[in-house]
Ligand binder design. Structure first.
Ligand code: CA
Length: 226
C-alpha cells in the first residue's frame, strides 16, 4: 500500500513517516498542497493522510478536489482543529476518518490499518488479470497456476501495475517505487526490471506505452511490439 502523507510540520511529518516505514508501508511525504497534487496525479497513491493547515492553502480544498477524481482513495485527515465543526466538514468533504492532534502514533497506525483493511478487503487479497495472480501477503505470483519466482524489485513493479489494471503508470512513478539509491541514476534500470519481469511471467502482460510508461491491460492487446 502506498501512502501519501501531507504534513508541513517537520517533526510530526518525520515521526509519522518513520512510524509508517517501520510497518513496511511505502510513504511519500510532502509538505505542500502543490506537491501533493503532483504526487496524486501519478496515480499510485492508495491512502492519503492529510493535514488541514498547510502553507499554500487549506487541506479541505484539496480533499474535495481529490474526492471528485478518486472515489477509491482512502483519506484520513490530521487536524489540530478539534472543533466538531471542522471534523464534520472534513467528513462531509469526503474523508474516511480523522485524527485530532496531538495524537499517539499508535492510534494513527491503527486507524490506517483499519482503512487499509476496508479498501483492500484484508491483507491477503489477491490481484488477478488474465490468469496472472499476485498475492501481496504471501508474496506469491503465478501464471495460470504455475508459480513464478520474482526478485523483490520485479515483485514491487508487478504489484504496482496489477493493482491498477488499464491505468498507465509513468516511468517516473514506477522508478520511485522500484528503484532505490544509486539505481535511480542508471537510465535503463527500470527497463532491466521490466524485461526480467517479462521473462518470468511471459510476454503479453506488461505493455510499453512509448514515451510514457507501462500498463497491464485487462484485455489482451494486439501488436508485434511490446
Ligand atoms: Ca499544519
Amino acid at each position: 500500500m502506498n501512502i501519501l502523507l501531507v504534513e508541513d510540520d517537520l517533526d510530526l511529518g518525520n515521526g509519522v513517516r518513520l512510524a509508517l516505514q517501520d510497518q513496511h508501508l511505502r510513504v511519500t511525504w510532502v509538505r505542500r498542497i502543490a506537491e501533493a497534487e503532483r504526487t496524486l496525479a501519478e496515480g499510485l497513491c492508495d491512502l492519503l493522510v492529510l493535514d488541514l493547515g498547510l502553507p499554500d492553502g487549506d487541506g479541505l480544498g484539496l480533499l474535495s478536489r481529490v474526492r471528485r477524481e478518486r472515489r477509491d482513495l482512502s483519506i484520513l485527515i490530521l487536524t489540530a482543529r478539534d472543533s466538531l465543526d471542522d471534523r464534520l466538514r472534513g467528513l462531509d468533504g469526503g474523508a474516511d476518518d480523522y485524527v485530532v492532534k496531538p495524537f499517539a502514533l499508535a492510534e494513527l497506525l491503527s486507524r490506517i490499518r483499519a482503512l487499509a483493511r476496508r479498501s483492500f478487503g484484508g491483507e491477503g487479497q489477491s490481484f488477478q488479470v488474465r490468469g496472472l495472480t499476485l498475492n501481496e501477503c504471501s508474496r506469491r505470483v503465478s501464471v495460470h497456476g504455475r508459480e513464478v519466482e520474482l526478485s523483490p524489485s520485479e515483485f514491487v513493479l508487478l504489484a504496482a501495475l496489477i493493482k491498477r489494471p488499464d491505468r498507465v503508470l509513468t516511468r517516473h512513478a514506477l522508478e520511485e517505487q522500484v528503484l532505490t539509491g544509486g539505481a535511480r541514476y542508471a537510465s535503463n534500470a527500470l527497463e532491466v526490471h521490466v524485461s526480467g519481469l517479462r521473462r518470468q511471467i511471459g510476454e503479453g502482460y506488461v505493455r510499453t506505452v512509448r514515451g510514457v510508461g507501462y500498463v497491464i491491460d485487462r484485455q489482451p492487446y494486439e501488436g508485434t511490439r511490446r
